[in-house]
Write a protein that binds this ligand. Structure first.
Ligand code: SF4
Ligand code: SF4
Length: 133
C-alpha cells in the first residue's frame, strides 16, 4: 500500500519513509471481515469450518469478532507498489500508517487470536464442558 498510504498521511518524513522501508507491504496481504460474536456450540462449529480453510484466521478485539483472510491483493506489485494506484478503493485511500503492522504485529491488539483450527478447537473444548457430546 506504500504510495496509497503516503497520500493520506501528515507530511512527516518518518511516516513517508516508513512505507518505503516496509519490505513486505503487510497491509496489502490480507483483509478482515466482521462477524457476529459466536455464542452457541453451533456458532463455534461454523467458525471451525471457516477457519479450516487455508489462510483464514479468527480474532476478537475491542470492536468485536473478525475473520482474518490472509491473501494478497491481486494489485500488489512485486516492488510493493499498487497496480491500480489512481483508482484504488476508498478503504486504501483512507488507510493511515500512523501506527500499522510495521510498528507492531496486529496480534498485539487482539483480546483473542486463533491462528488455526487446532487453536479454536482447544478454545471450544475449554468454553463448552460438553463440547463433544
Ligand atoms: S504495513 Fe504500514 S508501513 Fe508497510 S506499506 Fe502498509 S502502511 Fe506502509
Ligand atoms: S488496491 Fe490492493 S495493492 Fe492497491 S493499495 Fe489497495 S490493497 Fe494495496
Amino acid at each position: 500500500m506504500d504510495q496509497a498510504v503516503i497520500a493520506v498521511l501528515p507530511p512527516s518524513a518518518y511516516t513517508q519513509s516508513k512505507c518505503q522501508r516496509c519490505t513486505n507491504s503487510k497491509c496489502c496481504t490480507y483483509f478482515t471481515q466482521a462477524i457476529d460474536a459466536p455464542r452457541s456450540k453451533q456458532d463455534f462449529d461454523h467458525l471451525l469450518w471457516q477457519i479450516s480453510h487455508r489462510g483464514v484466521q479468527v480474532y476478537k478485539d475491542k470492536s468485536g469478532w473478525y475473520l482474518l483472510i490472509n491473501t494478497s491483493c491481486a494489485h500488489l506489485q512485486p516492488d510493493g507498489s499498487c497496480g491500480v494506484y489512481e483508482t484504488r478503493p476508498q478503504i486504501c485511500r483512507d488507510y493511515t500508517n500512523d501506527f500499522c503492522e510495521f510498528d507492531a504485529p496486529a496480534e498485539e491488539g487482539f483480546d483473542l487470536f486463533f491462528p488455526d483450527y487446532e487453536a479454536l478447537l482447544a478454545y471450544c473444548k475449554k468454553r463448552f464442558k460438553r463440547w463433544g457430546a
